[in-house]
Design a protein around this ligand. Structure first.
Ligand SMILES: Cc1cc2nc3c(=O)[nH]c(=O)nc-3n(C[C@H](O)[C@H](O)[C@H](O)COP(=O)(O)OP(=O)(O)OC[C@H]3O[C@@H](n4cnc5c(N)ncnc54)[C@H](O)[C@@H]3O)c2cc1C
Length: 418
């Protein structure tokens, strides 16, 4: 029997206080709704991530009123790409509607900050509280059964809501329990990262390496080194399941090969490491379907919204959280629950063409010959790479005839979306 003494009734229940959940809670609370967030851990908490924020993420943070000039953020002016033959620096473009810089901040810090933004906007955030299962009635999700995360023996209690937002990350147990499935045609990434304290400060760039090798063997994947404001660095490596040899290479092995490949002057070693190597999945391209079931909307990784072009998920978690909040607010204000159920269609309209070609790109670079040809012929070509950088980071300024939009339209004519 549920514990009635702890039962909660709320307008909107958000499960998970990562970027997706906090963005949804912030925008809902700003509309004056009664919002309850359940988060099974306590802040500050770690999240396995590269901690990199592109201009698209920075824009979404600014929409939550985050002071991005705060010294807790390291500012990044662009991307520096290394391959065996080339090193190229690509500053972020100056575009209408986007900041001209990226940022780096540990997720332990960033997620705490975002949860505080939601709390200050009026959301009730219950830390150390885990959602166990959805309450399903007549095919609608009406809330969840929850329990204090550190009281395994305690009776669960009900949290009932007019709408639920599932922001419970890549595994999204809540989504699975409500019938959401993985679309196997969309790519899945895996990546591993570790922090280091090194003497050499790399400068304000996202450093990234192609051509990863183990001895003489080429490994599928890429590596990164992102600078944090306190002089530490986030070093990581990742690969996609579209890469040939994906099943034979774990993220941890790729990471070890990448670290061994880095020039000794970087000082990346066991002695300079802080904490263990940690790894996690990146569900990409809208790979969880449907993105809403009656009474519940999925945001961020729960909906599989990582960008297949570059492995970025924070921007899409923040944006989908805001989109979900706007629809839920309208649905509740107008007492028309069906409005919230338009969410998958709104997501499709926003991301489907881009994610479709991202999926296509992920398959193409999974072929070693295409990857080799790209690093040999495209990487040294600065104008091509400048354009590629805009496409990979999804920075389109929305103007008629914008080059990225034209490219997507041309691709649509050549290879229509299936
Ligand atoms: C190694 C690695 C590197 C990455 N690097 C980058 C990068 O540099 N830049 C970038 O943009 N993206 C990166 N990503 C992707 C990014 O981390 C995710 O896309 C992003 O965290 C998604 O945010 P979210 O809010 O959807 O989910 P999460 O950040 O996973 O948050 C989910 C939250 O829900 C809570 N939760 C889960 N289940 C429950 C439950 N049952 N009850 C209560 N609470 C629950 C969790 O504790 C967590 O706080 C990386 C991912 C990996 C694995």
């Amino acid at each position: 029997m549920p514990d009635r003494s702890r039962a909660i009734e709320t307008d909107v229940l958000v499960v998970g206080a990562g970027p997706g959940g906090s963005a949804a809670a912030y925008h809902l609370a700003r509309h004056g709704l009664d919002v309850t967030v359940l988060e099974r851990s306590a802040f500050p908490r770690e999240k396995v991530c590269g901690d990199g924020l592109t201009p698209r993420s920075v824009r979404a943070l600014e929409r939550m009123g985050v002071d991005t000039a705060d010294p807790g953020f390291a500012r990044v002016v662009g991307l520096r790409v290394y391959s065996r033959r080339t090193r190229i620096e690509l500053p972020w473009p100056k575009l209408r509607g986007f900041p001209d810089h990226g940022l780096v901040r540990t997720r332990a810090d960033l997620d705490h900050l975002l949860a505080e933004r939601a709390r200050r906007a009026g959301a009730r955030i219950l830390e150390r509280t885990e959602a166990l299962a959805p309450i399903l009635e007549d095919g609608w999700v009406r809330g969840v059964l929850a329990r204090p995360a550190d009281e395994r023996e305690a009776e669960p209690f009900e949290v009932r809501a007019r709408v639920v937002v599932a922001a419970d990350g890549a595994p999204s147990k809540l989504g699975v329990q409500a019938g959401v499935v993985r679309d196997e045609r969309r790519p899945l990434g895996i990546a591993a990262r570790r922090y280091y304290r090194i003497d050499r400060h790399p400068g304000p760039w996202f450093e990234s390496w192609l051509d990863l090798r183990e001895g003489g063997t080429i490994l599928p994947g890429y590596g990164w080194l992102f600078p944090l404001p306190d002089g530490t660095v986030n070093v990581g490596a990742g690969l996609l399941n579209t890469f040939r040899g994906f099943r034979d290479v774990s993220a941890q092995r790729l990471f070890a090969a990448f670290v061994a490949m880095l020039p000794p002057e970087w000082g990346i070693s066991e002695e300079t490491a802080l904490g263990p190597v940690r790894s996690g999945p990146l569900p990409m391209g809208g790979s969880r379907r449907p993105a809403a079931v009656p009474g519940m909307l999925l945001v961020g990784d729960a909906a599989g919204l990582v960008n297949p072009f570059n492995g970025e998920g924070i921007a899409y978690a923040l944006e989908s959280g805001e989109v979900a909040a706007e629809l839920v607010h309208e649905a509740l204000a107008r007492r028309r629950p069906a409005i919230a159920q338009r969410y998958p269609a709104v997501l499709r309209e926003r991301y489907a063409p881009y994610f479709w070609y991202g999926t296509w790109f992920a398959r193409a670079i999974g072929r070693p010959s295409i990857m080799r040809a790209s690093t040999r012929y495209l990487l040294p070509n600065r104008p091509v790479m400048r354009f590629a950088m805009r496409v990979l980071a999804n920075l389109t300024d929305g103007r008629d005839g914008d080059a990225q939009d034209r490219l997507i339209a041309a691709l649509e004519r050549l290879a229509p979306m299936g």
